[in-house]
Ligand binder design. Structure first.
Ligand code: IMP
Length: 430
C-alpha cells in the first residue's frame, strides 16, 4: 500500500488544503511532520469552511487519526484555541482522533517575542515572518534547550528545562531591549496547560510503525513550500524547517521507505509572501490580475501575496529535491482570459545561462528570467472535470509545464470545490 506525502513545490500557498482534504478522505492516518501554526489550510466541506493552522486536515473527517509529529513545533495555546473553534463547528476532537508526539518541541510566548523583536530590529532586511515564533522555536530545539511535550509531565524536569532556556533568552532579550521573562508566570502557564496537552501525547514513532505494519494508509501533510526550505530555499528568506518530502520520515519517526508516492502541489503561476528573491515577479497589470483572480491574500496574516508567471526552473528543481512522482496542478482557472501566457524556462545572469537557481545570493538578485510565450485561452476552465472540458490551449499549457519540470500531472484542480478535479493517477494506488 502506497503512503502519500504532499509537499508544496513553490513558496507555499499552492492550494494544498483542497488536495490534502481530497486525499484524506482515502487515508486512515493524516500526519503533519514539520512547521507549526504558520501554515494556513482552508477546507470547504459540504459548504462549511474550516480554517486550520496546526491541526492536520484529516481532523475534520470522522474515523481518521490526525497526528502531529516530532518535526512540528507546537504552540499549545494556539492548538487549544484552534480545537475550540473547530469544536464550535461541530468537530469532535479527543485522544481517539488526535495524537501528538511526546518529543515535539513547544513554541512559547518568548519565541513569538523574539520573532517580532528580531524582525523589528532587522528593518528593511527583515524576513517577513508570520510572527508565530517558528524560527526561534526551531533554534532552541537544535540548541538543545527546548521544552518538549513530555517534559510537562514532571515538574522537576520542567524546572531544569526552564533554567536552561531562560539562561539563553534573558540575556538575548536584554540585548534587544526587552524585559526578562517572568519565570513563575511562564511555569504556571505551562503547568496549567500540561494535563490538557499530555492526554494527546504518544510515542508517535511507535504507533506510526504499527499503523504501517497493519497496512493503514498514511497521508503525510506538508506545510509551507519547497522554496521556503531551510536548506534548499531562498536562504535566508525561508522558514526554519525542512519542507522537502524527506522530512515526512524523520518528522514522524519512520524510515524513508515509509514514504510511497510524493505528490508536489504546484500552482499554475507563482506567488510568494514575505521578502526574498522572486525571478518571475510581475509588478504590472498582469501581476495585479493574477492576484485578484487568484484571491492571493495570506490565510494566516492576511498579507497580499506577490504574484508572477510560472517558473519551470524552480519547480523542476524542487521536484528533483523532493523526488516528486507526480504533481497536482492547481488554480489553472486563474489563467483563463490571458491573451498570451509566459513560462520561465531558464535564467540569464550577466550573459550566462542557467538551468537552475544558483545558491549565491548575489547571483539570485541578478537573475533574469528567460521566457517562452504561449497562446492563452478565452474559455473558462473553471469546474472542468475531464480533459475534454479543457480548451486546447489550456491542455498545451499543462503539457508544456509537464515537459519542462520533467514530472507528470497526477491531479488537476480547476476550482476550490473538491469535485472539480481531474484525476490522472491515484497517488494511493500501488
Ligand atoms: P516563518 O515561517 O513565520 O518563520 O516565516 C518565514 C517565511 O516563510 C516568510 O516569508 C513567511 O511569509 C513564509 N511562510 C511561512 N509559512 C508560510 C505558509 O504557510 N505559506 C506561505 N508562506 C509561508
Amino acid at each position: 500500500m502506497a503512503n502519500v506525502v504532499v509537499v508544496g513545490a513553490q513558496w507555499g500557498d499552492e492550494g494544498k488544503g483542497k488536495i490534502v482534504d481530497w486525499l484524506s478522505e482515502r487515508a486512515d492516518v493524516i500526519a503533519r511532520f514539520q512547521g507549526g501554526h504558520n501554515a494556513g489550510h482552508t477546507l470547504v466541506i459540504g459548504g462549511v469552511v474550516y480554517k486550520l493552522s496546526l491541526l492536520p486536515s484529516g481532523i475534520v473527517r470522522k474515523g481518521k487519526m490526525a497526528v502531529i509529529g516530532n518535526g512540528v513545533v507546537l504552540d499549545p495555546w494556539s492548538l487549544f484555541s484552534e480545537i475550540e473553534k473547530l469544536e464550535g463547528q461541530g468537530v469532535e476532537i479527543g485522544p481517539d482522533n488526535l495524537m501528538i508526539a511526546e518529543n515535539t518541541p513547544l513554541i512559547l510566548p518568548l519565541h513569538q517575542d523574539l520573532d517580532k523583536l528580531r524582525e523589528e530590529a532587522a528593518g528593511a532586511s527583515k524576513i517577513g515572518t508570520t510572527g508565530r515564533g517558528i524560527g526561534p522555536a526551531y533554534e532552541d530545539k537544535v540548541g538543545r534547550r527546548t521544552i518538549r511535550v513530555a517534559d510537562l509531565a514532571d515538574e522537576e524536569t520542567l524546572d531544569s528545562r526552564l533554567d536552561r532556556l531562560l539562561a539563553h533568552h534573558d540575556p538575548l532579550r536584554q540585548g534587544l531591549g526587552a524585559t526578562p521573562i517572568d519565570r513563575a508566570e511562564l511555569k504556571a502557564k505551562l503547568l496549567e496547560i500540561a494535563p490538557k496537552l499530555l492526554q494527546f501525547a504518544q510515542p508517535v514513532w511507535k504507533v506510526m510503525n504499527d499503523y504501517r505494519k497493519a497496512g493503514k494508509r498514511i497521508l503525510f501533510e506538508g506545510a509551507q513550500g519547497s522554496l521556503l526550505d531551510i536548506d534548499f530555499g531562498t536562504y535566508p528568506y525561508v522558514t526554519s524547517s525542512t519542507t522537502m518530502s524527506g522530512m515526512a520520515a524523520t518528522g514522524t519517526g519512520m524510515g524513508p521507505s515509509a514514504i510511497g508516492f510524493v505528490l508536489g502541489i504546484v500552482k499554475a503561476y507563482t506567488t510568494r509572501v514575505g521578502s526574498g528573491p522572486f525571478p518571475t515577479e510581475l509588478e504590472d497589470a498582469d501581476g495585479q490580475r493574477l492576484g485578484e483572480r487568484g484571491h492571493e491574500f495570506g490565510t494566516v496574516t492576511g498579507r497580499k501575496r506577490r504574484c508572477g508567471w510560472f517558473d519551470a526552473v524552480l519547480v523542476r528543481q524542487t521536484c528533483a529535491i523532493s523526488g516528486v512522482n507526480g504533481i497536482a496542478l492547481t488554480k489553472l482557472d486563474v489563467m483563463d482570459g490571458f491573451k498570451t501566457i509566459k513560462i520561465c524556462v531558464g535564467y540569464e545572469i550577466d550573459g550566462k545561462q542557467y538551468d537552475h537557481l544558483p545558491t549565491a545570493a548575489a547571483l539570485q538578485d541578478r537573475v533574469k528570467p528567460i521566457y517562452e510565450e504561449l497562446d492563452g485561452w478565452e474559455e473558462s476552465t473553471q469546474g472542468a472535470r475531464s480533459w475534454a472540458d479543457l480548451p486546447a490551449n489550456a491542455i498545451k499549457y499543462v503539457r508544456r509545464i509537464e515537459e519542462l519540470i520533467q514530472c507528470p500531472v497526477a491531479l488537476l484542480s480547476t476550482s476550490p470545490e473538491r469535485d472539480d478535479t481531474i484525476l490522472v493517477t491515484d497517488p494511493f494506488a500501488d
